[in-house]
Design a protein around this ligand. Structure first.
Ligand code: NDP
Length: 289
């Protein structure tokens, strides 16, 4: 007997979640603010509730995947959450998740927050490698892990309800740094007789080759300093900055994406002369207010 699920929100992501639970044979009750979005799913066996409160009343396990945290508050306003297990997959900040957990507890519900590391086509496709960070009630997670694992992998990161959002945003922030570098790299070759499609695999392979540097940074952070001979000291990297800025200028490319990181590297070196910061890892702590 598969656990019945109530799902609020049938946007691009919600609809993909719904399809995965239906395909796996979970009884599914859905609600969406715009009811037309439920029609295709009811044809495949979902039950459409007329109101969010009615959907919440239908099952003990409630999953919400709405636009933002404000829409979660709006949709659940007036629903009786006493004794329910609320799983909120809506993207938000860590503080919003902690406040939403508090809000759920006041209404007698257990709360689990989720950060989805996947796009809709990856949902219900285990080979695609998509997963969801979860944080909050450990008991809720333990009880429903099998059901939650149907649409995507599950990675529990602690009882602090804000951690799923924090891990999610941390990974996506690193991704934006990578996208910034990729944008700059393509701009450098843009006006030359270089085929971007031939250039792309060189770029992608280089990023993959550099990715393990993440582990070295982590080891340094844990040890409170470099743990072995540094292969690329901050001083060496700062000495190379004119090469990068000069090349950008020669290619007619704005340095705006690289400049902030170079400024931080220079600040790190300046502070090292007055004591201490000599590894790129130290830049992490320089960012803290
Ligand atoms: P969509 O824009 O496709 O859908 C938004 C959903 O929220 C719709 O069901 C919409 O209802 C509903 N909604 C918006 N405002 C309200 C409100 N005030 N009250 C009730 N319902 C409301 O978004 P997605 O499905 O793509 O995303 C949903 C969540 O999943 C977001 O938090 C997003 O960040 C997250 N996510 C999405 C990913 C993606 O690639 N799509 C990837 C990872 C996370 P209606 O149909 O009536 O407009």
């Amino acid at each position: 007997e598969k656990t019945p699920v109530t799902l609020l929100g049938l946007g691009a992501m919600g609809a993909a979640l719904a399809r995965a639970w239906l395909a796996a044979g979970h009884p599914l009750t859905v609600w969406n603010r715009t009811p037309a979005r439920a029609t295709a799913l009811t044809a495949d066996g979902a039950r459409a509730a007329r109101t969010a409160a009615e959907a919440v009343a239908a099952n003990p396990l409630i999953v919400v995947c709405l636009l933002d945290d404000a829409s979660v508050g709006e949709a659940l306003d007036g629903a009786d959450l006493a004794g329910k297990d609320l799983v909120d997959l809506t993207t938000g900040t860590p503080a919003q998740a902690r406040a939403r957990a508090e809000w759920a507890h006041e209404r007698g519900a257990r709360y689990l927050d989720g950060g989805i590391m996947a796009i809709p086509p990856m949902i219900g496709v285990p080979e695609a490698g998509g997963y969801v960070f979860y944080s909050g009630s450990r008991d809720l997670f333990a009880q429903h892990q099998q059901t939650l694992a149907v649409p995507a992998g599950t990675t529990y990161v602690g009882e602090n309800a804000g951690f799923a959002a924090l891990y999610d945003v941390a990974l996506l922030s690193a991704m934006y740094g990578m996208f910034a570098g990729v944008t700059h790299a393509f701009a450098l070759i843009r006006e030359e007789d270089i085929d971007p499609v031939s250039f792309a695999p060189l770029l992608a392979d280089w990023l993959v080759a550099m990715a393990p540097a993440v582990h070295q940074t982590a080891e340094h952070l844990r040890a409170g300093g470099p743990t072995e001979e540094d292969v690329s000291s901050l001083a060496m990297q700062v000495a190379g900055i004119p090469t990068f800025l000069g090349t950008a200028e020669q290619q007619g490319v704005s340095p705006e994406l690289l400049s902030p990181y170079f400024a931080l590297m220079r600040r790190g070196l300046t502070e090292s002369e007055s004591g201490g910061k000599e590894s790129p890892t130290d830049l992490v702590d320089l960012l803290l207010h």
